[in-house]
Design a protein around this ligand. Structure first.
Ligand code: ATP
Ligand code: ZN
Length: 226
């Protein structure tokens, strides 16, 4: 439509491990946002920006499909979605504007504590539960290991006890959850942080100007936090 809004659309996680830090980043860049109302879209009062608050899993697709201009998401989710889209022959283009200083975690393989694990080859012929089947499949292929992957959206850490899998591949930050479930971390397959991404083909000059205004602020905030 002729009246198409040129407000910059930024996707962020609505609630979860990335939402507080994403909000804090926007605030320290000078964006005035009223996030108290539980709305999908929050208008930035002092800039031509709208914030979309969604599940983190939806953020890569929203940016890759060009529905949102920018997004903040974990590299783990971004890479998993990219691999899936490559397989499905869907578009998976985006640009990383900045690797951020929050959301740090690792995607690791864990096995029951009593297991004696002698390396990734011990997974041959085993069943591994994960929420990240593409990242895990890539790793196993690189390592020349043949294992069965069980895709679970949640409760991955209980899969071995429930008899659903021999091992898991899950996100770890402190390791407390693994320990509480009688598991031990044996192999890190991917290290992740939150990233700010931009859709491909963004050409609107007002939107580009806005991004050019935001980036030095983000760099400044990150330098101040170092
Ligand atoms: P949503 O409801 O938005 O789908 P979620 O439950 O899938 O949320 P969170 O647990 O909030 O996701 O994690 C979001 C992201 O935070 C992860 O994808 C990862 O990039 C990052 N993260 C950092 N530390 C951890 C951790 N210890 N466990 C899980 N994710 C972590
Ligand atoms: Zn999620």
């Amino acid at each position: 439509p002729a009246t198409e809004s040129k407000r910059l659309r930024i996707a962020m996680q609505k609630s979860g491990r990335l939402s507080v830090d994403s909000q804090a980043l926007f605030a320290s860049c000078g964006l005035k946002i009223n996030l108290r109302e539980q709305r999908l879209i929050a208008h930035v009062e002092n800039m031509d920006i709208d914030i979309l608050r969604v599940r983190d899993d939806d953020i890569p697709g929203l940016v890759m499909d060009g529905v949102c201009d920018l997004g903040i998401v974990g590299e783990n989710v971004l890479e998993e979605e990219s691999l899936q889209r490559k397989m499905d022959n869907d578009s998976f283009d985006y640009t990383v504007l900045k690797r951020l200083d929050f959301g740090g975690c690792r995607l690791s393989i864990a096995v029951p504590q009593e297991e004696d694990y002698t390396g990734v080859a011990s997974l041959d012929g085993k069943t591994i539960a994960t929420t990240y089947p593409r990242l895990l499949a890539r790793y196993l292929k690189e390592q020349g290991v043949n294992a069965r992957i069980v895709n679970l959206k949640g409760s991955v850490e209980v899969a071995p006890r429930a008899g659903l899998a021999d091992a898991i591949c899950d996100l770890v930050s402190t390791g407390a959850t693994l320990e509480a479930n009688g598991l031990k971390e044996v192999d890190v397959i991917y290290r992740s942080k939150a990233v700010l991404i931009q859709r491909k083909g963004l050409t609107d000059s007002k939107q580009l100007q806005l991004i050019n205004k935001l980036m030095p602020r983000i760099n400044g905030v990150m330098q101040a936090n170092e």
